[in-house]
Design a protein around this ligand. Structure first.
Ligand code: PLP
Length: 466
């Protein structure tokens, strides 16, 4: 693409993006197509000769856009509702243009150092102590994998050279995200080494059960490797009693990893500092700015006070990557599986500067207000019931038609059908989970463009279609 063509197309794309972001609600939020539609609409072979950007862009609008589920839509209430934001999108554009590969400090000093500066800003915003050092990965799944690898390096440093010998346990609650299961499997510990501790009636880990499990396992020859506590579980956003879990970990000398992928950023909001207070003594903690901090996907942050262990688990420098910079230069390739890495810090930096701490806090507070408002409507209705407390911006609830009484099977089927009808409207998109065995509808607020009117529309649709 010659420079003039690039300039022209970049302006066209910028206009398109501005229009799209101004009114993403003109699309149905959930893609209304059938499996295979996109594949069938595209040729089976790559083109022999290059095509014009006109033709490519036309197909983007004609074929690709109908297959997009609009995470930018203000009626998106499924999973965790996320939004990118103007500054983040512009940063992605610049980062793609620079095409920096930040494996070594010298392969782009600014990428390495901006990561350091930005993660210190974020750490202070959520009130974590200064001995937490941070590193950016793509996702929380990968952050947690690295945290558990560091914990393994701590407990069993021989694994790197000799492979896994012995039986190691990782503990989490029965509400924990599946990324913990995957990390344990991938680290070669075996899925059986993950012990799930029962949660209480509000979906929080039962600490006495954790302590008992560790004792029992030690007696049976297992070595405890780590405990994963969650601040904002994926189903109901419950908060494990992290301080009490931390006391068990300190007593037992076991690594504490805190999964605060979704909710951790809320610690910056006045009145919510306590949610990470217990995590101040943790060994590692993961936060996802791509979830609830308006940073385009993907950007996850791992903080640990043992960056040395993370490095000893992963650093390996072949001859062709030896550099002459004297330590303490940080080479990001030493802190993970990947050699090459994108310049992700740029978007977090631009997002933090654009909104400012006050702007971020105001938006997070508003999302939590909208969730409480919706929860209030559920509580006041005879036709619905709430299935979990609402500590953040997610509401778990279900429709309870009187005719179905306490027939749990019928209630599950009824709510599954209701969810499908509501999502088919294209106006809103909610998701589901299971809580205490019951099928639960789940409304997650997290989009920058969502207002009271959109939440009210979801409530209206639920009432009309139930
Ligand atoms: C979303 C989520 C994850 C996984 O996040 P990815 O960045 O998609 O890997 C892990 N843990 C919790 C608690 C989550 O909410």
């Amino acid at each position: 693409m010659d420079p003039e063509a690039f300039r022209r197309e970049a302006h066209r794309v910028a206009d398109w993006v501005a229009d799209y972001l101004a009114d993403s609600a003109r699309y149905p939020v959930l893609a209304q197509i059938a499996p295979g539609d996109i594949v069938r609409a595209l040729p089976a072979e790559a083109p022999d000769t290059g095509e014009s950007f006109d033709a490519i862009f036309e197909d983007f609008e004609r074929v690709i856009m109908p297959g997009i589920t609009h995470w930018n839509h203000p009626g998106f209430f499924a999973y965790f509702s996320i939004t990118g934001s103007g500054p983040g999108i512009l940063a992605e554009f610049l980062s793609a243009a620079l095409n920096v590969q930040a494996m070594l400090w010298r392969t782009s000093p600014a990428a390495t150092e901006l990561e350091e500066v930005t993660l210190a800003w974020l750490r202070k915003l959520v009130h974590l102590p200064g001995d937490f050092d941070g590193v950016i990965y793509d996702t929380a799944s990968v952050s947690t994998l690295h945290a558990l690898a560091a914990a393994r390096e701590h407990v069993a440093p021989n694994v790197r050279a000799r492979g896994l010998i012995g039986r190691y346990r990782v503990y989490c609650s029965d509400q924990t995200h599946s990324s913990i299961d995957k990390a344990v499997i991938l680290l070669g510990l075996g899925h059986e080494s993950l012990r799930k501790i029962a949660s209480d009636s509000e979906f929080r880990m039962r600490v006495p059960a954790l302590a008992a499990a560790i004792h029992e396992d030690r007696a049976a020859g297992w070595t405890p490797l780590a405990v994963v506590a969650t601040v904002g579980t994926t189903s109901s956003t419950s908060i494990d009693p992290v301080a009490a879990v931390g006391e068990v970990c300190a007593r037992e000398k076991v690594w504490l990893h805190v999964d605060a992928a979704y909710a951790g950023v809320a610690a910056m909001v006045p009145g919510y500092e306590h949610i990470l207070a217990g995590a101040a003594g943790a060994d590692s903690i993961v936060l996802n700015p791509h979830k609830w901090l308006f940073t385009p996907f993907d950007l996850s942050v791992l903080y640990t006070r043992h960056m040395d262990l993370l490095r000893s688990a992963f650093s390996l420098t072949p001859d062709y990557l030896q550099t002459t910079e004297v330590s303490p230069v940080r080479n990001l390739m030493d802190t993970g599986v990947q050699l090459g890495r994108r310049f992700r810090a740029l978007k977090l930096w631009m997002v933090l500067r654009h909104f400012g701490a006050e702007g971020l806090k105001a938006r997070l507070s508003e999302h939590m207000r909208l969730a409480r408002l919706f929860a209030g409507w559920v509580d006041a209705s005879e036709d619905f019931e709430r299935l979990a407390p609402v500590p953040f911006s997610v509401v778990c609830f279900r429709s309870v038609p009187r005719a179905l009484g306490s027939d749990e099977t019928a209630l599950d089927a009824h709510n599954e059908k209701l969810l499908d009808s509501v999502n088919r409207t294209g106006a809103v998109f909610l998701s589901q989970t299971r809580l205490g065995g019951r099928y639960s509808l789940r409304l997650a607020v997290g989009n920058l463009h969502t207002t009271e009117q959109h939440v009210a529309r979801a409530w209206e649709l639920l009432n009309n279609l139930r």
